[in-house]
Write a protein that binds this ligand. Sequence first.
Ligand code: ATP
Ligand code: MG
Length: 457
Amino acid sequence: MITKFFGRVFSGRMFKPAKPRIIAVSEHGITRDRIGTCALRTCETLQQAGFAAFVVGGAVRDLILGRDPKDFDVATDATPEEVRGLFRRSRVIGRRFKIVHVLCGRDMVEVSTFRGPAETEKAAGKGKLGAKDTSVEDEHGRLLRDNVWGDQSQDATRRDFTINALFYDPAKEQVWDYHGGVADLKHRRLRMIGDPAQRYREDPVRMLRAVRFAAACNLEIDTATRKPIKALAELLTNVPPSRLFDEMLKLLLSGHAVECVKRLRKEGLHHGVLPLLDVILEQPLGERFVMLALRNTDARILADKPISPAFLFAALSWHEVLAAWKKVQARNVPPVPALYEAMDQVLDVQTEQLAIPRRYTSDMKELWVMQPRFEQRAGQRPFRLLEHPRFRAAYDFLLLRCESGETDTALGEWWTRFQDADADARTDMLVADSGPAKKRRKRRRRKSAASPAPSAD
Ligand code: ATP
Ligand code: MG
């Protein structure tokens, strides 16, 4: 009776207790030396204490794709408290999903307890561990809390896509595949586990994840998985902005941002998710600039170079700032105070809509405010700009502006040469100051009286 109930709830089909296909190393080829030391040690400790422990999710998927995983997650039948008891350097975190962070030196592994069917309190006692906590959902079916423990096959069913529901046992070097994820990877297919529409309702962020995995792993989204997305896209507006932001960040920093953005548009997901892109992509210059910034970010990530999210967000909203700046100046506000007003306008909207965390906004502002300073190539100003601790990032930003056609390429070239030149050559490069000195001083005094904002020089 209970099994029938789960079957209906989960996949709309009759529930069959899932049996994994256990794949030997001779077939999948993943030897345990491909697993990070911290994850290996964590699995070992758990298994020695009598618990099941597997590397799970993205790491197994990436290994099968022949890629290096960026991190390792572990799944176990030990409860978070039991895991906590086994590792001195560990802590329980999360409310929506309680998990344990296990630390080994500077490495960290996320250990999650097998989860059971989230739908109902009736699940109590069903899994090996029984329900220790219940799930809670909002009026659209979105799960707000989800700490119902279960067994491994239930845990596999709770995962989003078949390719993310693969378990690797490092001791036996076996892959446990409950939903045909290995075959899907082979056929380059992204398939949701269970009824896609229901799974998107439970967690609308899965729509963004579908696009990200399809783009990053070069997969086709299976028809049934794809079909409900357009109609359900608006459910993303119910997701807390901070979660949306986290997922957006993963997407933009996936190393495949350009492809992700293209696919977001194709699936009808860009409107309302990234209000930033909505506006920008409609302006020809903006589109070029955004795509260049994303392409640049992708290249840096694939080359293992560090990336600054603030730089990326500053780039994504630069054309918004330019448009607002123009409007404020049209009210006869001098350029520098006008720029400050424009930045605040843009950031007010963005922090509200996209929830760009405040920790990024001061870096973004700094990058923007430095842009007009590149125009000033007389006297001491270029030397002062060169010494600015954020010069390099601001200069990279300037180059993007030049490349996109927003500003003259000669300006970027001048700064490239100026940086490399010796002291004499730099002095020779300075552009003659225009206008009588007295007048300039006066104008400057007037400007600073009009606004408390720092001068642009
Ligand atoms: P990445 O390479 O981005 O880390 P990942 O697959 O490891 O990809 P995570 O967000 O780290 O993604 O999640 C780890 C695993 O947890 C996933 O592989 C998936 O099995 C499961 N998971 C994560 N988010 C969800 C979700 N929203 N719904 C269902 N399962 C999820
Ligand atoms: Mg992961």
